[in-house]
Design a protein around this ligand. Sequence first.
Ligand code: GTP
Ligand code: IMP
Ligand code: MG
Length: 399
Amino acid sequence: MKCSIISASLRVCESMQGSRAQKHVFLYCEPIVLTAYLRFLRYLRHDSKRIFIDLKVLGMGATIIVGGFFGDEGKGKIVAHVAFADKPAIIARGGIGPNAGHTIEVGRRKFGVRMIPSGFVYPDARLLIGAGVLVDPRVLLSEAGLLKVTERVGVDYRCAIIETKHIETDKLDPYLSQTIGSTGTGCGPAAADRAKRTTAQAREVAELSPFLTDAAAEVNKALEAGKNVILEGSQGFGISLFYGTFPYVTSKDTTASQIAADIGVGPTRITETIVVFKTFPTRVGAGPFDTQMSEDDAKKLNIEEFGTVTGRQRRIGWWDPTMAKYSAMVNGATQVAITGLDKLDPSVKGANQYDELSAKVKTFLREAETVVGVPFTLLSTGPELTEIVDLREEKLERA
Ligand code: GTP
Ligand code: IMP
Ligand code: MG
């Protein structure tokens, strides 16, 4: 008999022989599960004749990381940190396509990626692109070569392909390029063609043949074996096709459920959903932005930003607790990561410990956490990979 670590809790058969001292526990499971059991014995929970191991505490399973505002919250930085901390076997990317631009700073090196998962900086993970993602082969091949990750990349054979005609339409169509303010990367038109079932699939593109895989099968197999997997989202809640400020949105949903579906992972296999917010939300392109501040205010605060893909100036806003709460709800957040604490108070730049944060930042965090109702576990204090306070162990254990 074999237990799978994928199930939300692991059932351990036990035989109770009278007193506690005589208790024998039999584990019917794979060696990796047994190792986990021994390591984390203290997290056992008894329930009559069964014992459960809380897999959340073990930190195993699939973690989804998504954007909670209008995109560009700093998911790239958070994914990279979580990757180094949790050592996933696979980092798989969901989301729309190369309209996303993730920035990762490691030491003095700064990378901007559009197709390769931003966790690529962690060298031991396989890097997969889920079936739901639109692939521009030119962008993918160029990034894989530049970053020297060709050996680690896999593209689901069912990904839909962005062609030159999609990019031209995206740039020339006045509705998309001007009214919506699209990124001009061909994503909207390719998504429309995919819905019409006229796009090519990755398996039909010769240049992609060395990368082709069944990403869903790879990820589920890794989960089955008790390995960690990160599922990386792109864009943000406010530009979701379903939940965002329609019609000023991108061409697909951007919530955690969509990211899981993009990669082919069922909802029962997700152990953590981390929603990323930034202290000062930003928005690029057209569309309502309730908490937008004036350009003058942004200049005074020295918090101006420019897009990774288009170079456009991002509109900057004040923290939006109402949106944060709603977004955490629809995403089913189990944790929140917050970036830009150094923008709120430059004195905390580079802090790694909660005690190093200022009273101003602590008050902000306390109030925001109370409103959102989800533990703020990852506190980013600068763009560089190591500029972060990671409270996951402490806060999740306590929860
Ligand atoms: P999309 O997938 O396109 O939505 O992007 P993203 O969420 O990966 O964010 P992106 O990299 O486009 O933008 C975030 C910007 O904030 C980048 O320039 C990061 O380097 C920067 N950043 C991330 N965390 C922090 C932080 O804690 N402080 C500061 N000052 N900048 C940060
Ligand atoms: P599209 O996704 O290129 O069609 O653009 C539609 C809208 O979504 C525009 O307002 C874009 O600026 C915005 N958008 C698309 N991708 C991103 C992203 O990764 N970050 C921020 N905004 C994005
Ligand atoms: Mg971005």
